[in-house]
Design a protein around this ligand. Structure first.
Ligand code: IDC
Length: 306
């Protein structure tokens, strides 16, 4: 059977939708690594193959923290992190999956804090992957904090996107939005002046409910292309109880609009968002008994949407 990439090839953004060359809507569905520095063992061929063949995923997000422990800007092994990204990009190419390279800002709430490094990073990686249309670039995971307005994020995006475009003119770029990638309405009201850009919407179903769903609906109505490049069904800490009712409402919204979605996280960390149980040390080929409640839920959702 043809892989999802073989079926769809290079992607672009048309209106609010992600589409293929023929204009057919495309829905990327998959998982995000946790911090690459923390769980590198999950970046392996058999893991991605399990996700593709057993679960029905067609995309992987490679999350590289910038400022957390072992992050790219906080003493992390830069060459090692880039080698892991390269491994992930190559695995996805071989498996016919799409891949998102995520510059995972978090405690460094303002993306401009490390913009020089981001510029250098995206310049080199977009050159490296210029002829690899399965690669999408996520330029700032979650802008947050006082003063980090949409204009601040826009300044950053207007600096980074041209750098990527110089090498990969058609690549799809995902741009974080203020308030931990929730304020897609702000981006909708004042969009970036570039094509092939989508705005990140992140939700944690036990914390974010009708209010954020309304915001998403409003942004879509205003014509903003929205991409759910991180979510889980527990609370925003990545832990706590799962809210299945809110999760179902989110999934209904996702289906209604054919949104792409990427679940946090491919790891066995002892927290609710992890997909693999903490007492399981398999890094691929998981049986249902190896999965957390979140993992089992996600597998069912992906299988249903495949
Ligand atoms: C969380 C991880 C957790 C880690 C923490 C670091 O799940 O193990 O210790 O980061 O501060 C986000 C972020 C994402 C968070 C996640 C859960 O993008 O990095 O991961 N989350 O808190 N936004 C909303 C929730």
């Amino acid at each position: 059977m043809a892989t999802y990439f073989e079926q769809h090839g290079p992607l672009h953004v048309a209106g609010t939708k992600l589409v293929d060359a023929a204009g057919n809507p495309v829905q990327l569905r998959g998982v995000s690594t946790l911090g690459l520095a923390w769980y590198p063992e999950f970046v392996n061929e058999a893991a991605f193959r399990t996700l593709r063949d057993d679960w029905g995923a067609n995309a992987v997000r490679l999350a590289m923290y910038t400022q957390e422990e072992g992050g790219y800007m906080t003493g992390g092994d830069k060459a090692g992190l880039e080698a892991l990204i390269d491994k992930g990009v190559k695995l996805c190419a071989a498996l016919g999956m799409y891949v998102i390279i995520d510059w995972h800002i978090l405690s460094d709430g303002n993306p401009n804090l490390h913009a020089d490094a981001a510029e250098d990073f995206f310049r080199r990686l977009s050159a490296r992957y210029a002829d690899q249309p399965h690669v999408l670039y996520e330029i700032c995971n979650e802008p947050n904090g006082a003063g980090v307005t949409w204009l601040v994020v826009k300044d950053y995006a207007e600096r980074i996107i041209p750098v990527i475009r110089a090498n990969a003119p058609e690549a799809v770029v995902l741009c974080g939005t203020p308030n931990w990638s929730q304020d897609v309405d702000l981006a909708a009201a004042d969009p970036l002046d570039f094509g092939n850009v989508m705005y990140s919407l992140h939700f944690y179903a036990a914390t974010h409910k009708d209010g954020l769903r309304d915001k998403a609906e409003a942004a879509l109505k205003q014509g903003a292309p929205v991409f759910v490049d991180e979510f889980s069904i527990c609370d925003a800490s990545g832990d706590g109880v799962i809210d299945y009712e809110s999760a179902a409402a989110w999934h209904a919204l996702i289906r209604r609009h054919g949104l792409s979605y990427i679940a946090w996280s491919l790891s066995n960390r002892d927290e609710s968002a992890a997909l693999v149980r903490a007492d399981c040390d398999k890094t691929f080929g998981w049986a249902d008994a190896d999965l957390t409640e979140t993992g089992k839920w996600l597998k069912g959702i992906l299988q249903g949407d495949r």
